[in-house]
Design a protein around this ligand. Structure first.
Ligand SMILES: *Cc1c(COP(=O)(O)O)cnc(C)c1O
Length: 462
């Protein structure tokens, strides 16, 4: 399988190189040259298999010859061995036809672990083989950073630098990044919001001399391997509820559009997904795009679902690429307009296609809290605020015979203040991280300035 950039000006790469580099050199995102498909029989045969086996079968066509089958099975097994649930990503029933897909049983209690643990194992095998070193830099609105740190801590061939917006992540999120003692891990508190962190990350990758000298590798949700890992649970959950014999629907709490794009990939591969609903909080650029056809940035307003507080959804570019029939020149033009003019209008054809496959909704702060409270009283489930945004939007979708699966993206204990404010219940951390608030913190505060950040990275690699 070969990977091409959405902007058409970067070298075509194999899976391993696309994984190690993250962002393409022309500022675009890597996508597979074609979408592999699975037959109805192949999908039906997933029923009853362990998560790891389905993961192997779904991801294999994308990985090509980057790993032998034995290597790849080992990678998958090690990635999920530390999960706190035997099913890895279990389903819970909320209502007659509404299910919750729990994606938070990994080491940092958010769905990011599902992909990041896998990537950590892939990097280890790949770098071990080549003797290369890499410097991982990441930007996080909270959950990616800790997931990356957990996945790469202590690895000999990797240094990790994670930028997060100072003062805008929860205490649990921050402590998960700042209390890791390994010398190859650096948590950087940037004076700015998540979009600033993400912009500096892109600047670093577009500074090719620095990128090459440091051996930069990106593991943000724009990394193709992350999206790929997330495709798996769309299959496992859909098959558990009767696919491919009946269609299913998904609602995905959305920020950077990585998770829901994985659902789109599952559909392209042949999974019968009737509708994918994009659930946003008050930072609702994607909901506005579906409503009006105009994709226009607005400032970020901090919310109780901070991992979705963004104004630009990077992975949306991958969907646009398909909506515009893979016209890379057109995508480069749209992205330039987004950067310079702050937005663009979708073409009528692209908008029509978008609305055919996707629905959208938004939840205000109050509606999010209401959904946490209502779900607790109706179904005895305590939701994190992100998952609550999803449940609220799922419940307002038109009735259908197809089961609705809402992705539960984080454990409620990761956002205890919001959950307590809504319900009066303060969710406890799982036993394995009960001492999180007693561990010493280690972080570096830096201005929102490329040179300062680059200096720190080059001076602190091992
Ligand atoms: C990252 C994150 C999201 C948003 O996922 P995207 O792939 O960026 O759309 C939602 N909820 C939680 C808890 C997250 O950590």
């Amino acid at each position: 399988m070969r990977y091409i950039s959405t902007r058409g000006q970067a070298p075509v790469l194999g899976f391993e190189e696309a994984m190690l580099s993250g962002l393409a050199r022309d500022g675009g995102l890597y996508v597979p040259e074609t979408w592999p498909t699975l037959g109805r029989e192949e999908i039906a045969a997933f029923a009853g298999l362990p998560y790891e086996e389905v993961a192997f079968r779904v991801m294999r066509p994308f990985v090509g010859d980057a790993f032998t089958d034995t290597e790849f099975r080992g990678i998958i097994d090690r990635a999920y061995a530390g999960f706190g649930h035997a099913a890895r990503c279990p389903l819970v029933q909320l209502d007659a036809n509404h299910f919750l897909l729990e994606l938070f049983h990994g080491p940092t209690l958010a769905f990011k672990d599902v992909a990041m643990q896998l990537i950590g194992q892939m990097f280890q095998v790949s770098l071990g083989r080549s003797g290369r070193r890499v410097t991982i830099v990441g930007a996080t609105s909270g959950d990616t950073g800790s997931a990356a740190i957990e996945a790469f801590r202590g690895l000999e061939a990797v240094d990790v630098f994670i930028m997060y917006p100072h003062g805008r992540v929860s205490d649990v999120q921050r402590r998960q990044m700042t209390t890791v003692p390994d010398a190859n891990v650096h948590a950087l508190a940037i004076d700015g919001d998540f979009d600033d962190c993400q912009a500096r990350l892109k600047d670093m990758f577009n500074h090719h001399a620095f990128r090459d000298e440091m051996g930069l590798a990106g593991v943000n949700s724009i990394n193709w391997a992350r999206v790929l890992a997330q495709v798996v649970y769309f299959f496992t959950s859909a098959v558990a509820l009767g696919a491919p014999h009946r269609p299913v629907r998904f609602t995905v709490p959305t920020g950077n559009f990585g998770d829901i794009f994985a659902g789109y990939v599952a559909r392209r591969m042949g999974l019968p997904v009737e509708r994918l609903a994009i659930a946003t909080n008050q930072n609702d650029i994607l909901h506005r795009t579906l409503q009006s056809g105009a994709h226009v940035k607005e400032g970020v307003v901090p919310s109780i679902s901070p991992s979705m507080d963004i104004q630009v959804s990077s992975n949306f570019e991958r969907l646009l690429f398909d909506l515009y029939d893979r016209d890379a020149q057109e995508i480069a033009r749209l992205m330039a307009a987004l950067g310079q003019a702050g937005g663009f209008e979708l073409s009528p054809a692209a908008l029509a296609q978008l609305r055919e496959g996707f629905a959208s909704g938004r939840a205000s702060e109050e509606e999010t809290a209401d959904a946490i409270r209502a779900t607790l009283s109706r179904s005895a489930e305590l939701l994190c605020p992100h998952s609550a945004v999803g449940v609220k939007v799922a419940e307002e979708q038109p009735a259908s015979a197809a089961p609705m699966i809402t992705l539960a993206t984080a454990h409620p204990a990761k956002f205890p203040d919001a959950v307590e404010a809504a319900t009066g219940i303060r969710p406890a951390l799982p036993q394995r991280m009960a001492d999180l608030f007693d561990r010493p913190e280690r972080l570096t505060r830096l201005p929102n300035d490329l040179a300062a950040i680059e200096n720190f990275v080059s001076g602190n690699r091992r």
